[in-house]
Design a protein around this ligand. Structure first.
Ligand code: ATP
Length: 367
């Protein structure tokens, strides 16, 4: 707990009438870490952030920062600072005075507050524009000012609500790298709300994936991306084909599953019970397409017959969507690297078999 910017959320709920926007959430965010709250619109991530900042009060539960319960403390006294989606800069104040504003409110003298404002503007590389008005700045520059304004209060925890969503693609990537650098330099806790998966993957030490007010999975980017806990996380993070079925046999190294939508699957795991319903995934880049062969599709495991629907060239790989020709005819997506793909190209409308190795599956929690 070096800088005591550790945030603990203990059985916290927030109800709006009948709706549990946040439902009995518990989470520890380590001091000095970069945490991203990730999920689709309405999952409760902003409400959770606003309870940490003090702009909402929990209906139940406790929030601590550095071990102190902060539920009843007003926003300015928690050691947190919030950077809002709209930068909300005062249009009539120069950059330096925008940044110094909160110190002015605290009665800090002009020389001292300007000196502190210039220090923090230096951290976001904006000293050269200190005398400009907000209207004379680009979106990215306004954002740096908003960051500086949040940082001048010396927070232990910086809260960022969709900080990159108003920027165009180029600036967004630049500012993303900047946020990561700044967090590492400052060493304070950042809690960043986003609905964009690549943003969370690039920034976070810990990603918290939320679904309808609860945490679906919390872990490192690597864990969330490569070992999704359930179908919701796998689906939301993308890149996976999700399959469901019932275990029919468990052998020494391989188990066999009969698919809910047809198909016979061999799974490189034995930690299963015969008769159990299971869900598992195969990464798109672990699936390979073969020419259609009716005998193989019936007898061998891990062979999905289908028809190529679309072929999209994506630079480093080709994305091929296959419509299964069994069961409910759902999509199965394959990512081939150029090299392999162009050696045996397929065409739209062609019948194929999608196959993968038993060890390339990842088990999910059954629904
Ligand atoms: P978004 O990315 O769209 O902001 P979010 O994941 O941040 O979504 P929240 O803003 O936390 O979601 O909202 C969670 C749920 O709580 C939503 O269903 C929302 O409509 C509801 N909600 C949020 N604030 C209020 C409020 N003040 N009064 C009533 N309902 C609210």
């Amino acid at each position: 707990m070096a800088g005591s910017g550790e945030v603990q959320i203990i059985n916290v709920s927030k109800h709006f009438g009948d709706l549990a926007a946040v439902d009995d959430v518990s989470l520890t965010i380590k001091d000095g870490s970069y945490c991203c709250l990730l999920g689709p619109s309405g999952c409760g991530k902003t409400t959770l952030l606003r309870m940490i900042s003090g702009h909402e009060t929990p209906t139940h539960g406790e929030i601590t920062i550095g071990g102190d319960i902060i539920n009843q403390k007003p926003p300015g006294t928690r050691g947190t600072a919030m950077m809002f989606q709209s930068y909300a800069l005062f249009p009539h104040l120069q950059v330096v005075d925008n940044v110094a504003f909160s110190l002015q409110m605290k009665g800090v003298g002009e020389d001292e507050r300007r000196e502190k404002a210039m220090d923090v503007l230096d951290k976001v590389q904006m000293t050269h524009l200190a005398k400009r008005l907000p209207a004379q700045l680009s979106g990215g520059q306004q954002q740096r000012v908003a960051l500086a304004r949040a940082l001048i209060t010396n927070p232990k925890v910086l809260l960022l609500d969709e900080p990159l969503s108003a920027l165009d693609e180029f600036l967004r990537l630049q500012m993303r790298a900047e946020l990561k650098r700044l967090q590492a330099d400052l060493g304070i806790t950042f809690i960043h709300v986003t609905h964009t998966q690549p943003e969370a993957l690039a920034l976070a030490d810990m990603i918290v994936v939320m679904d309808q007010g609860v945490i679906s999975q919390a872990g490192s980017a690597e864990q969330i991306f490569n070992k999704p806990k359930n179908a919701y996380v796998a689906d939301f993070m993308g890149g996976w084909n999700i399959l469901k079925g019932r275990v029919v046999s468990v052998g020494d190294t391989i188990s066999e599953v009969h698919g809910e939508n047809g198909g016979r699957f061999l799974l490189g795991t034995t930690d299963l019970l015969v008769g159990a319903r299971v869900a598992f995934t195969v990464r798109r880049d672990k699936v390979h397409l073969k020419p259609f062969d009716s005998a193989a599709s019936g007898n061998q495991g891990n062979m999905i017959p289908g028809v190529v629907q679309t072929i999209e060239y994506q630079g480093s790989f080709v994305k091929i969507t296959v419509i299964r020709s069994v069961g409910s005819g759902e999509e199965f997506v394959v990512q081939e690297t150029d090299h392999e793909f162009f050696r045996t190209p397929v065409r739209e409308g062609e019948k194929v078999l999608a196959s993968w190795a038993p060890e390339d599956i990842h088990m999910l929690e059954a629904a």
